[in-house]
Design a protein around this ligand. Sequence first.
Ligand SMILES: NC(=O)c1ccc[n+]([C@@H]2O[C@H](COP(=O)([O-])OP(=O)(O)OC[C@H]3O[C@@H](n4cnc5c(N)ncnc54)[C@H](OP(=O)(O)O)[C@@H]3O)[C@@H](O)[C@H]2O)c1
Length: 216
Amino acid sequence: MNIAILGTGMVGATIGTKMIQLGHKVRMGSRSAGNEKALEWVKAAGADASQGTFADAAAFGELAFNCTSGMGSLEALGQAGAANLKGKILIDVSNPLDFSKGMPPTLNPCNTDSLGERIQKAFPEAKVVKALNTMNALLMVNPAQLAGGDHSAFMCGNDAEAKAKVQDLLKQGFGWKDVVDLGDITAARGQEMILPIWLRLWGGLKTPNFNFKIVR
Ligand SMILES: NC(=O)c1ccc[n+]([C@@H]2O[C@H](COP(=O)([O-])OP(=O)(O)OC[C@H]3O[C@@H](n4cnc5c(N)ncnc54)[C@H](OP(=O)(O)O)[C@@H]3O)[C@@H](O)[C@H]2O)c1
């Protein structure tokens, strides 16, 4: 399958590499073709990796991951183009972290709205599934490195079929054992509001290698 990775940071590179290991062809998108990080990633990831603009990647992918900075996600997806995202699953890994007032970042939007919802509203013909935004990038694609994978990932979205496909990718592809479906895209509020506690834990535990486990 052809996959679009929108974003050249650690998340995009990590998920992109994993998708190639799973046998897919992956194009990484950026604000400009020939982005230095994208070129480095392509060199390391091999023949099934390519790069281009956000629009190039979105047109190429049958499924897309939004791995852009939260404050730039709507702009990035606008550059990707609604027509290129139409009818496709868009896995939204972003967090609306606003660093403009210094550290720690605040969430914007928050509480009565979320970035996941804003993305779904702005791109009504894309099937947005919010997932994997609540753990470190390396853990996203390799949960087993921590406690044998005995911890939880969350997801939400409006399209049941899209969520079933994402659930399958997370479980069969990435190795997640516990994927909790939180319901429609408004649950992105809660998923994103995990970030303030996540950031505190990161500071306190002095490692990003931890996750939440839902015990029933
Ligand atoms: N790092 C983690 O472990 C982690 C874990 C969970 C969730 N997340 C979330 O995942 C997302 C990606 O994180 P990251 O650390 O990999 O990368 P990042 O540095 O947050 O984002 C990099 C990407 O955002 C794009 N971007 C930045 N500002 C933009 C703007 N104004 N308009 C359009 N595009 C813009 C950049 O475009 P260019 O390529 O053109 O520079 C680049 O592709 C973030 O939303 C983050 O909160 C990260």
